[in-house]
Design a protein around this ligand. Structure first.
Ligand SMILES: Nc1ncnc2c1ncn2[C@@H]1O[C@H](COP(=O)(O)OP(=O)(O)OP(=O)(O)O)[C@@H](O)[C@H]1O
Length: 579
């Protein structure tokens, strides 16, 4: 009933569970004390005439009752506070761990889980787990202990009633276990439907423009309605199951208490038990069952949290890319006989070897799908080769510390993220100490300084997805930010795709200038961009086919030359028809 793996996720916060259970047990003793004090008072009232002290005979039971009430009240306040602390700490820790995992996995973070799924798991899923930790687990331990504690007290009063009450208690866990298999399946489905509804929603919102243009919004509307309806149905199933199981538990709890009460009354009738002792048993009988009954109610909420927890666990258990401790001492990069497959079946890189010298511009080109970005993934270290190695300054990538390597590496791609912050704040992410003068210097290089000056200066806020600047301006800004990071290795992965000729020319000029001092690796499907490169690698279907300068490759008149000529003719054709 308790998932050990989920308990392990709690780490140091486990101690709060023990404190909570301890206080709950103290509260139970106080409760029994209050019941005993009430019975004591009633007994004294019945036999009032036999005592000579007048109303003072009620003093001690009253003192006991007050002390027990104070203890009970304090214990339940503290239990509330501890549950709150446990929930808050567990949520904070989990969110930190999920976030750190996503960061560690780098570009692999969304593998097997969509962005919407990831968001739902780290927000809503963690929220559900909070109840699992703060309510379900303490209640589980308390519900296991409470009947035995009460048995230990009542067995001295009337052992048969105590034994019957204790024997009826396991009927509640039996009924919980009976529905738990069904409940687990339902909750797994519930989470599946929930995340798919989130995916469908995010997908539709992100692609709303396309849906409108293709007039496909009606169809998408129907699809979203279907996923919502699926979610509604599964939610109803969950509620029906919860209601049915609560009813069964109530029958067991109150039925069991009823049997105990009936036995106590019978014992009184047979003169085997004092009425006041029977009253005490009647008052505590239901307490045998209530902790397990409360546990049963928490069980369903917990099942939901447990399914969310499994998703979090599967994310946290994904193996991290292996990194070492060594520092980068030299920046020449070599890809040596690298073979790689994403799915373990099809090799998308086949025995590829490339060298990227300490200075100079090296380009990787080839038709779409030939494996250019996969080489970048290898250089980035997010995926590791199946065969062969990537070395930096003669050291294998695995042996380097990730911090050390990334402090030398910058990757500028067609979708480099610009944060929803001011221009200055975006630069400060790359370089905390950057001055306004330096920022303008970098903006000057990418021909963006005047635009920024005239449009709010460095305090201009770039809106989400850089929607308030053009695509070309976004790319130039991304380049300027990365230039300011002063790295030694720059990878440009299709950094000029889908932008205007002017922006492309500015970016390419900067890339060439940068290559005089740095390792510059350019991935481009547009060969005209890479003609000034010092070395060009031409790939086809995951294999390195040719390498050399543009002139050498053209003279060879093979794959590269054919692709270059085809692209050139196409571009000239477009120019002629004015596209
Ligand atoms: N995450 C992934 N999982 C599975 N297969 C992938 C993944 N990414 C790429 N591939 C496959 O690997 C092959 C190489 O893809 P890659 O993105 O490296 O090509 P590319 O040359 O960069 O293409 P493009 O110029 O279109 O960006 C392709 O067949 C692609 O379908």
């Amino acid at each position: 009933m308790i998932d050990k793996n989920l308990l392990r996720l709690l780490g140091d916060n486990k101690k709060y569970i023990f404190y909570t259970v301890g206080l709950m047990v103290l509260g139970l003793f106080a409760n029994v004390g209050i019941t005993a004090a009430i019975c004591w008072v009633i007994n004294l009232a019945i036999h009032y005439d036999e005592y000579s002290g007048g109303a003072t005979i009620f003093l001690w039971p009253a003192v006991c009752a007050v002390i027990c009430i104070i203890v009970r009240y304090t214990a339940s306040r503290l239990v509330g506070d501890l549950k709150d602390t446990l929930g808050r700490k567990a949520k904070k820790d989990l969110r930190e761990r999920v976030y750190n995992k996503i960061v560690k996995l780098g570009v692999r973070s969304t593998d097997g889980m969509s962005m919407a799924g990831l968001t739902q798991v780290s927000m809503e899923g963690v929220e559900q787990l909070d109840l699992y930790y703060s309510s379900y687990i303490p209640q589980f331990f308390y519900a296991m202990l409470a009947p035995f504690i009460l048995f230990g007290i009542t067995v001295w009063i009337e052992w048969r009633v105590a034994v019957v009450l204790l024997c009826c208690v396991p009927l509640i866990p039996v009924s919980i276990i009976a529905v738990s298999k069904y409940a687990k399946k339902i909750f797994a489905k519930y989470w599946g439907k929930y995340t798919s509804m989130g995916d469908s929603f995010l997908d539709s919102v992100q692609g709303l423009k396309e849906l409108k243009i293709f007039k496909a919004d009606e169809a998408q509307h129907t699809k979203m309605n279907e996923t919502s309806e699926d979610f509604r149905k599964i939610t109803m199933k969950v509620l029906v199951m919860q209601l049915a199981s609560t009813t069964i538990m109530d029958l067991v709890a109150y039925g069991g208490a009823g049997i105990g009460i009936a036995m106590a009354i019978l014992s009184v009738i047979k003169w085997e038990l004092a009425p006041i002792a029977a009253l005490f048993l009647i008052l505590v009988a239901v307490d045998f069952f209530l902790p397990l009954r409360a546990f049963g109610s928490a069980f369903h909420v917990a099942m939901n949290g447990a399914s969310a927890g499994k998703k979090i666990l599967s994310l946290l258990e994904q193996p991290d890319p292996v990194w070492g401790e060594e520092t980068v001492t030299d920046t020449e990069i070599k890809v040596e006989n690298v073979t790689f497959s994403y799915d373990g079946k099809r090799d998308v890189l086949k025995n590829v070897s490339m060298t990227f010298p300490k200075t100079g511009m090296t380009a990787i080109v080839g038709e779409s799908g030939c494996g250019k970005s996969t080489v970048v993934n290898m250089l980035f270290g997010a995926f590791r080769p199946k065969g062969g190695a990537v070395t930096v300054g003669g050291k294998e990538l695995e042996s380097l510390s990730r911090e050390s390597y990334y402090s030398h590496l910058a990757v500028v791609s067609y979708n480099t993220y610009i944060f929803n912050e001011t221009v200055r704040a975006n630069f400060m992410l790359a370089n905390k100490a950057v001055t306004d003068e330096e920022i303008y210097g970098a903006l000057e290089k990418v021909n963006l300084a005047d635009f920024i000056r005239e449009n709010g200066g460095l305090d201009k806020v770039i809106t989400e997805d850089a929607a308030n600047i053009s695509g070309g301006q976004k790319q130039r800004l991304a380049l300027a930010v990365n230039l300011m990071a002063h790295k030694d290795i720059y990878v440009f992965d299709e950094a000029t795709s889908n932008i205007d000729i002017e922006s492309e020319a500015i970016i390419m000029a900067n890339i060439k200038a940068l290559s005089r001092e740095k390792v510059v690796i350019v991935i481009s499907h547009r060969l005209a961009n890479v003609t000034p490169a010092d070395l060009i690698y031409y790939m086809e279907s995951g294999e390195l086919k040719e390498s050399g300068t543009h002139r050498e490759l053209m003279e060879r008149n093979s794959g590269y030359a054919k692709l270059y000529t085809t692209q050139k003719n196409l571009e000239e054709g477009y120019a002629e028809v004015g596209v």
